[in-house]
Design a protein around this ligand. Sequence first.
Ligand SMILES: NC(=O)c1ccc[n+]([C@@H]2O[C@H](COP(=O)([O-])OP(=O)(O)OC[C@H]3O[C@@H](n4cnc5c(N)ncnc54)[C@H](OP(=O)(O)O)[C@@H]3O)[C@@H](O)[C@H]2O)c1
Length: 180
Amino acid sequence: MKSIPVLLLGCGGVGRQLSDHIVACRSLHSKQGIALRVVGICDSRSLLAVNDIVNLELKDDLLKEICKIKSSGSSLSSLMDLGQCQIFKDSEARKKVIDIASLLGRSTAGLVLADCSASSETVELLKQGIDLGCCIVLANKKPLTSKIEEFDKLTSDFRHIRFESTVGVCRLFICTCTLI
Ligand SMILES: NC(=O)c1ccc[n+]([C@@H]2O[C@H](COP(=O)([O-])OP(=O)(O)OC[C@H]3O[C@@H](n4cnc5c(N)ncnc54)[C@H](OP(=O)(O)O)[C@@H]3O)[C@@H](O)[C@H]2O)c1
């Protein structure tokens, strides 16, 4: 079984749907010999991450609880039972994401940074993630649509990036990625 660490940036409509999908597809993934191990999830202010990044994951029940809390409009920090997880806020949260990327990016398992935010603020973090060997997956179009230098940097190795976009009524699959 290949275990693939994933860190979700954003848990709005798209991030929650992705989290639900990961949980719903466990048995399918298992048949394909993979397991997506969600090690952390961010909103605009906070990161919830497992204490032991190398061995632990956010349990499916906790992922469901996170989705419930975020869909009610509350912040990640309102979670009551954190189990083997910790909350990081603001600059500490950004620093922790980089620490996780440094630890896992070039490991055998690697790290997928899945940007489901609706922000251009993630671009610096994604660029650092690329330098640290992470793979990035974008639902968020903003990092690819600002400066050409940023586009070039993020797409410098096409094996490390997947994105897709919807234009008008046509679905233009520049490069499709499902995490499956
Ligand atoms: N590719 C496509 O075809 C397609 C289709 C639909 C949507 N999208 C894109 O998918 C993205 C998400 O859409 P959505 O509807 O889920 O948006 P949304 O409901 O507004 O959720 C955005 C999430 O990102 C979080 N966030 C904001 N800034 C952040 C940051 N700097 N770091 C980490 N997380 C941050 C927000 O945190 P808070 O909860 O604290 O506000 C929220 O959880 C958008 O960019 C949208 O354009 C793409």
